[in-house]
Write a protein that binds this ligand. Structure first.
Ligand code: NAD
Length: 499
């Protein structure tokens, strides 16, 4: 059995806690590796080594640091195929989708090449007699990232790219479900010229996370995962005086107005609802057609499209639309929620419950499901299913549809499909959700904008990537200096203006 490692001080290091987690191949259900689960002592050691390495890295000029990011981007492109295949083998998503995962991380690394521009401070000449005032952005010191299974390349890069470009050392605690790609990213960072110790990858579970939350040498923590864990990490990290941002779960609504192009809307829903088996925080999981005629026209178009979806292993190449879900437990949870939907009275118009793939009976495959006539008191509406299940909630009016999106506890993303500019504009302005698509189903902002939800989808006051990331991973220091020092004003005990 392959035994994975941690990455400490530029080397693969075996775990010493004696605890391991299984890493599955979700397509076959087989355990393909064991990943070590770090103890508090292992995490603390990685952090103190990172703190030592950070001193020199933080003092390295930002342009040199940016060159490491530039070389890293080249290496990512070189190894794209290899990385995507490893990613697919542990996560289950198709290889083209895995390449998208890597690409969206790569784009943030490209943005980080511009770190010298982002890190420039501010300067006020002659703020008072002989007085200049300037502010600069300094690294936090050691930052940490705790990341989810569903984007094992992209989200680690969203975290480590800006943190490292700002001059921090970084501890990455990736998901224990698919830890190989994060380790490969660390190897590539070393090849790109990152000094040893500046990036540590510590594999683990709650014990390693708690050690991060309590470690006094770690100043900032970026988390992405489910909302209950996000709330826990935010609370404990903040009470320990750290800077913390946590991004949580989602239930993204797509509103379909009667004037929308129905074929376009149906295609969008299939891509956004079932891509990556629905295991995306920006997946559309709720369709809200406005009016029964719209709903009927939409359902009529959705059914044949969904029934045609090809579910299979990543090794089947382009013949597959989506792969298995990540674990047997995830599959069981999805099917349990589907069952609850049926029990609670929703109409299951595409039923994937008996889906079986010949030759892959032990894989974690879930057939596609489509519900109609879902109501807001049902568990399938309230909970994040994180699987290939789309719920249709019929609204009578635009105002009712808007209220559905606004009343839900999650607020990550939402979309509206319409040909009417007034409605689209009104929706974008009023809805209390962080990322909005207008005739775009998965509105993931590009690297130079920021990414983040509202309500129970995010905790903390800054978004991920874009300019916010440079604010999150730096502290501002403001200096007031007087030259020439010879100006003599005499002593004053008053708190006075400088002029
Ligand atoms: P998860 O919350 O189970 O795990 C995320 C991380 O937290 C992992 O590194 C895991 O090891 C750690 N963790 C798990 N349980 C813990 C505990 N009890 N104490 C401390 N740490 C713990 O999430 P997941 O299943 O890996 O990922 C799926 C979730 O992530 C979904 O809810 C999805 O919506 C969300 N997600 C959100 C975004 C976003 O930007 N908002 C992006 C991607 C995924």
């Amino acid at each position: 059995m392959k035994e994975l490692t941690h990455w400490i001080n530029g080397k693969h290091v075996k775990g010493t806690s004696g605890r391991f987690a299984d890493v599955f191949n979700p397509a076959t259900g087989e355990v393909q590796a064991k990943v070590p689960l770090a103890s508090k002592a292992e995490l603390d050691h990685a952090a103190s080594e990172a703190a030592k390495a950070q001193v020199k890295w933080g003092a390295t000029n930002p342009q040199r640091r940016a060159r490491v990011m530039m070389e890293f981007v080249r290496l990512l492109n070189r190894d794209m195929q290899k990385l995507a295949e490893v990613l697919s083998s542990e996560h289950g998503k198709t290889v083209p989708d895995a390449k998208g995962d890597i690409q969206r991380g790569l784009e943030v690394m490209e943005f980080c090449i511009g770190a010298p521009q982002m890190l420039k401070g501010e300067f006020t000449d002659s703020a008072g007699p002989g007085i200049d005032m300037y502010s600069m952005r300094q690294p936090v010191g050691v930052a940490a990232g705790i990341t989810p299974f569903n984007f094992p390349a992209m989200i680690p890069m969203w975290k480590m790219g800006p943190a490292l470009a700002c001059g921090n050392a970084f501890i990455l605690k990736p998901s224990e479900r698919d830890p190989s790609v994060p380790l490969m990213l660390a190897e590539l960072m070393q090849e790109a010229g990152l000094p040893d110790g500046v990036l540590q990858v510590v594999n683990g579970d709650k014990e390693a996370v708690d050690a991060i939350l309590d470690n006094p040498e770690i100043g900032a923590i970026g988390f992405v995962g489910s909302t209950p864990i996000a709330e826990y990490i935010y609370g404990r990290g903040c009470s320990n005086g750290k800077r913390v941002q946590c991004f949580g779960g989602a239930k993204n609504h797509m509103i379909i107005m009667p004037d929308a192009d129905m074929d376009q809307a149906a295609d969008a829903l299939v891509g956004a609802g079932y891509g990556a088996a629905g295991e995306r925080c920006m997946a559309i999981s709720v369709a809200v057609p406005v009016g029964d005629a719209t709903a009927d026209a939409l359902i009529e178009r959705l059914i044949p499209r969904i029934e045609k979806l090809k579910v299979g292993p990543y090794t089947a190449g382009n013949d597959v639309d989506y792969g298995p879900v990540v674990t047997a437990a995830a599959k069981a949870n999805i099917l349990r929620l589907v069952e609850s939907g049926v029990q609670q009275g929703a109409k299951l118009v595409v039923d994937g419950r008996n889906f079986k793939l010949q030759g892959y009976e032990d894989g974690f495959f879930v057939g596609p499901h489509l519900f109609d006539h879902v109501t807001r008191d049902m568990d399938i509406y309230k909970k994040e299913i994180f699987g290939p299940v789309l719920s249709t909630v019929r609204a009578k009016t635009y105002e009712e549809a808007l209220a559905y999106a606004m009343d839900h506890e999650y607020g990550n993303g939402t979309a509206i499909f319409t040909r009417d500019g007034d409605t689209a504009r009104d929706f974008a302005n009023r809805v209390n959700v962080g990322m909005i698509g207008i005739n775009v189903p998965i509105p993931v902002p590009l690297a130079y904008h920021t990414f983040g939800g509202w309500k129970k989808s995010a905790f903390g006051d800054l978004n991920q990537h874009g300019p916010d990331a440079f604010r999150f991973y730096t502290r501002t220091k403001t200096i007031t200096s007087r030259w020439p020092s010879g100006i003599k004003e005499g002593a004053s005990l008053n708190f006075k203006p400088m002029d």
